[in-house]
Design a protein around this ligand. Structure first.
Ligand SMILES: C[S@@+](CC[C@H](N)C(=O)[O-])C[C@H]1O[C@@H](n2cnc3c(N)ncnc32)[C@H](O)[C@@H]1O
Length: 253
């Protein structure tokens, strides 16, 4: 069997991007994105029409956001942007890094969802929050959530799932490991067992992500100028008691 290990991290967003709609289907994002849209509308102090989504990936959240808002989205992976444009031709897709992008427009809403965990330092988390603040109209909502919290990390947590499309079958394994709990990084290792027409290949991939104390998120958001409300993000597929802090950040009028 052929085993292909990437030298570069994040092959999922480059040569393996074609697997994204198979291993993480768009239907799986509808429930959460409906919840995000409802919370945005409930918490905004201004009327919400325009939304900026940073780190939009393959556009699976945008597929539902576009039913509620006029959406502009950005990502640093050209391959993921290609998938997103195909899925959502109505969305304005831009190439851009959430730490540094500056568009000539302000929005009623800014979201950063399952991409913010790629921010690996406190300094860059602050820069990312400043990006959100600078693109937001006063009274608007910046919505994000915290997937990993320092002190609550589950070492070696491993999940797997199997998916198929046509003659392609993919078993996708994800392992989270923190080699040093004193720094702000942890590793996510992906293993893909891909069968095309029954012929197997194994691919591996490694992503370095960021992990911070919840207090750090709250302090940085406050220092940026946001007023922050916390709600629990739960989902019908989560295990009993599982939830993530969702941060609803208002830019004061
Ligand atoms: C898990 S995927 C997002 C999937 C997305 N929720 C969807 O609907 O398809 C994470 C994305 O974050 C992007 N990303 C990572 N670091 C980024 C950064 N600094 N700025 C913008 N995008 C970033 C990656 O390129 C990747 O497309």
């Amino acid at each position: 069997m052929k085993i292909i290990s990437g030298k570069d991290e994040r092959r999922l967003y480059s040569d393996l991007a074609w697997t994204w709609p198979i291993i993480s289907p768009v239907e799986d994002y509808i429930e959460e994105t409906e919840l995000f849209s409802k919370l945005i509308k409930e918490h905004s102090t201004i009327e919400v029409n325009t939304l900026l989504h940073l780190g939009c990936g393959g556009g699976h959240n945008d597929y539902t956001f576009k039913k509620h808002f006029k959406v502009t989205s950005a990502d640093i992976s050209e391959d993921m942007l290609t998938l997103a444009k195909k899925l959502n031709p109505e969305v304005n897709y831009r190439y851009g890094d959430m730490r540094t992008i500056r568009l000539e427009e302000k929005f009623d809403v800014v979201t950063i969802l399952d991409s913010i965990n790629y921010i690996k330092t406190v300094e860059n988390l602050q820069r990312t929050f400043i990006t959100a603040y600078e693109h937001l109209k006063s009274g608007g909502v910046f919505l994000t959530f915290v997937e990993q919290i320092a002190g609550k990390f589950k070492q070696n947590n491993t999940t797997y799932s199997t998916h198929s499309q046509g003659d392609v079958e993919i078993t996708f394994i994800e392992n989270c490991y923190d080699p040093d709990s004193n720094d702000t990084n942890y590793e996510v290792t992906f293993i893909y067992l891909i069968r095309v027409g029954g012929k197997p290949e194994v691919h591996t991939d490694r992503h370095l992500c960021g992990i911070f104390q919840l207090e750090t998120w709250l302090e940085l958001l406050k220092a940026t100028g946001f007023k922050v409300k916390q709600v629990k993000f739960t989902h019908s597929t989560f295990t009993e008691g599982e939830s993530y802090p969702m941060l609803i950040c208002i830019k004061p009028l």
